[in-house]
Design a protein around this ligand. Structure first.
Ligand SMILES: [Zn+2]
Length: 200
């Protein structure tokens, strides 16, 4: 659950246009230069919905070289946002907290579609790629799983990415670590959740 930033929202007489990576309300139209993460190398403006009341939000997700470095230090791979979009596995987590409904702010938000995708070419140049501005429905939020043999491999990949994104491993020293979706432990968890065995 995220903080509600009532101190900001109560002082500005307009609805936020989007929310940044920390779910902070923002009031100028989205541009990569307005992102919270000034070192971002990829940026997405994502349409999501509250799981409790279906309110729509536009939220930013970014990844930087520093994020990749931290991921590699933890012994796993940080996936590019472009890859997560293609796998329909990009998520914001809990929605911005605007008290839209009693339970929604405590629940994972439902990803809908990529509104804008940007990649940084140089420190001062962002390039937009409309081919990645596509629907990104989460499998867990779908009422039915798609059928058909062609979907099976993609389905497995998406499910494993989701496992990697949504689960953390508790270490002995009490700290937590994200699980690499392609690791054996992710395969075990996946099997535990879905009952489907993965042939490596
Ligand atoms: Zn809501």
């Amino acid at each position: 659950m995220r903080t509600n930033y009532f101190d900001i929202i109560s002082r500005i007489g307009a609805a936020p246009l989007w929310f940044d990576e920390h779910a902070v309300p923002r009031f100028e139209p989205f541009e990569p230069r307005l992102l919270a993460n000034i070192y971002a190398e990829e940026a997405v403006l994502l349409e999501i919905a509250c799981q409790g009341c279906d309110q729509i939000f536009h939220v930013a997700i970014t990844i930087s070289v520093h994020d990749r470095y931290l991921a590699s230090e933890d012994g796993h791979q940080a996936h590019e946002l472009a890859e997560m979009i293609r796998a329909s596995a990009i998520e914001f987590g809990d929605p911005p907290n605007v008290d839209c409904c009693p339970a929604g702010p405590t629940m994972n938000s439902v990803p809908h579609r990529v509104i804008e995708y940007w990649k940084r070419k140089t420190p001062f140049e962002w390039v937009r790629d409309s081919t990645l501005e596509i629907p990104v429905p989460a499998r867990w939020a779908a009422s039915e799983r798609p059928s058909g043999a062609d979907d099976v491999d993609a389905q497995l990949y998406v499910d494993r990415l989701l496992v990697g994104v949504s689960l953390e491993e508790q270490r002995d020293d009490g700290t937590r670590k994200r699980i690499d979706p392609m690791s054996p432990i992710a395969a075990q968890i996946f099997e535990g959740i879905t009952g489907e065995k993965i042939d490596e």
